[in-house]
Design a protein around this ligand. Structure first.
Ligand SMILES: [Zn+2]
Length: 180
């Protein structure tokens, strides 16, 4: 779905606006626009993102063997997200347990960012990339990411559209720009 209104984002993919300008989503709500189809779509997309599996490998001691299920972040500004499986402790990289925030979904990113818009944008981007958000922001790629999730867990659909998770992981680990 494309934004049907607004000087700022008209014509852009609703999912792209959600990811790149979350404060706009908050602004829509503050303007009483939460019954707009774009707003409701964004709400739906947040769920879609949360339900997708992490494709980013665990950064813990399992040596990338286990599936990532959560992320952690220092309780201070300008901290980056680190990703872990259920078995590796988020403190295993030497972090102080009491200074770490641990979460697994979009809402956690919001509370971690404590209203700081720059951090919010950075962390949302990092989180969605860990869920396979496309680097190519074409309408087709965005539709594939956001609207394809109903059949995402259907094996035949995975084979057709997402050849294997391994391939996806390989592709993802090549995207150095995000992680360095
Ligand atoms: Zn692990």
């Amino acid at each position: 779905m494309l934004m049907s209104f607004g000087d700022k984002h008209k014509g852009k993919h609703v999912g792209l606006v959600l990811v790149e300008d979350y404060p706009y989503f908050i602004w829509m709500k503050s303007k009483g626009m939460s019954n707009y189809k774009e707003y409701r779509k964004m709400l739906e997309y947040i769920k879609v993102i949360d339900e997708k599996p992490f494709i980013r490998p665990c950064m813990g001691v399992c040596n990338q063997k286990n599936t990532t299920t959560r992320f952690s972040m220092y309780h201070r500004s300008n901290s980056t997200l680190h990703y872990f499986c259920d078995y590796c402790s988020p403190n295993c990289l030497g972090a102080d347990a009491d200074k770490l925030l641990v979460g697994h979904k979009f809402d956690d990113i919001l509370s971690f960012s404590r209203g700081n818009k720059t951090e919010l944008r950075k962390n949302i981007k990092d989180y969605v990339c860990s869920k396979g958000f496309p680097s190519r922001k074409s309408e087709e790629a965005l539709n594939d990411f956001f609207d394809d999730s109903l059949d995402y867990y259907d094996n035949s659909a995975i084979n057709k559209r997402h050849p294997t998770n391994t391939n996806k992981l390989e592709r993802y680990s090549k995207r150095k720009d995000i992680f360095d």
